[in-house]
Design a protein around this ligand. Sequence first.
Ligand SMILES: NC(=O)C1=CN([C@@H]2O[C@H](COP(=O)(O)OP(=O)(O)OC[C@H]3O[C@@H](n4cnc5c(N)ncnc54)[C@H](O)[C@@H]3O)[C@@H](O)[C@H]2O)C=CC1
Ligand SMILES: C[C@@H](CO)CCC[C@@H](C)[C@H]1CC[C@H]2[C@@H]3[C@H](O)CC4=CC(=O)CC[C@]4(C)[C@H]3CC[C@]12C
Length: 415
Amino acid sequence: MADSARAQKLVYLVTGGCGFLGEHVVRMLLQREPRLCELRIFDLHLGPWLDELKTGPVRVTAIQGDVTQAHEVAAAVAGTHVVIHTAGLVDVFGKASPETIHEVNVQGWPSVTCCGSPWTWGRKHMPSSTFGMGRRKKLQLGHSPPPHLLPSPGTQNVIEACVQTGTQFLVYTSSMEVVGPNVKGHPFYRGNEDTPYEAVHRHPYPCSKALAERLVLEANGRKVRGGLPLVTCALRPTGIYGEGHQIMRDFYHQGLRLGGRLFRAIPASVEHGRVYVGNVAWMHVLVARELEQRAALMGGQVYFCYDKSPYKSYEDFNMEFLRPCGLRLVGTRPLLPYWLLVFLAALNALLQWLLRPLLLYAPLLNPYTLAVANTTFTVSTNKAQRHFGYEPLFSWEDSRTRTIRWVQGVESSSQ
Ligand SMILES: NC(=O)C1=CN([C@@H]2O[C@H](COP(=O)(O)OP(=O)(O)OC[C@H]3O[C@@H](n4cnc5c(N)ncnc54)[C@H](O)[C@@H]3O)[C@@H](O)[C@H]2O)C=CC1
Ligand SMILES: C[C@@H](CO)CCC[C@@H](C)[C@H]1CC[C@H]2[C@@H]3[C@H](O)CC4=CC(=O)CC[C@]4(C)[C@H]3CC[C@]12C
């Protein structure tokens, strides 16, 4: 179809469009997708900022809905050209139950475990290169669950809605957590989409993201209503930062409570991959735009989200923003021995369990977050550039400045 004929004709749906990343995707689409005529924003909780978008040339439709409800998802998907599925339960602190995380992120399915009984996923102990990364290979399930135990919710609903209603392009927000860090704490150093890595998870969040990503990639090529093939791909951001990042806000407030200080807990040598939210959003917009023209190349593929953000430890990276806001990081080495952190993390987990009937105790430090924070995981790849011409829209300096300005705004709004 000629470009002029396609102008102002496309309908997009962004699930989770009121979340941290989702809001940036929504705003980026409105700024950078000239062919957009309608943008549907589907979320459990709609933000008040949506009202300001309704005055522009693109029709913005806010839909309060739940991805676990198949009929709500199907109604939102019907008539769209592209679905960007960012909705998810991002919980590594034990706020939600494992069942709820699976229900929202993957599919409703009682007592699912990712890496153990009752069903063992073929991915266990598989190097990531055989886990459908660079290669277009059908992923193997160890023992598939009985079909009647595979009901609809979460990501599965989104896929089925595309198939049933005839939407051909689906972009899924996956996560670096699909790969690692694994339970053994193996470093992933400057890895790319084809780097072999033993991806073994036990925590519900990475398990759910891995399962959901697999569902999305396996759905590539399914015939949608009307007979055309579904084209899917998955984006794997590393730790996202930028305006709206809740954990950054938490660290900032913690620092203020501690008299302007944060205490180093993780060695500076442990490097973490981080990526600016604006660049992650830009990658989603580009993928969604290019999927049609480059379906054969991009369909069924995964891409790490990356930009020029420096490799640093999680804490040193956060200080790039928090230092200009008046906080300092005390210690050039961790102030507490690692064994004591492990003990405190385990104590937090025990307290969470004991207090659960009375209250929700969900501190930042638990055995899982400690293990992730303490394991090097960095990405170095140009796959997105090779496949669809991605270049970061925001330089590191720009990303840093924008994030600092936002933290400073958090400061003034909380005074
Ligand atoms: N924050 C990070 O560092 C990273 C996030 N991701 C992925 O990016 C995606 C977005 O994450 P964030 O923006 O950080 O999280 P977020 O929690 O800010 O946004 C998620 C959005 O999904 C919505 N949502 C949750 N359950 C829903 C349901 N049942 N039905 C409809 N909407 C629902 C929430 O209301 C929220 O607006 C997630 O899929 C997450 O796994 C991937 C890598 C890193
Ligand atoms: C031990 C503490 C001392 O200060 C520091 C604890 C930091 C942790 C809360 C974070 C360290 C690494 C983060 C995760 C990482 O960025 C990868 C992620 C990807 C996602 O898809 C979701 C979020 C997260 C799991 C992110 C969560 C917070 C950390 C564990």
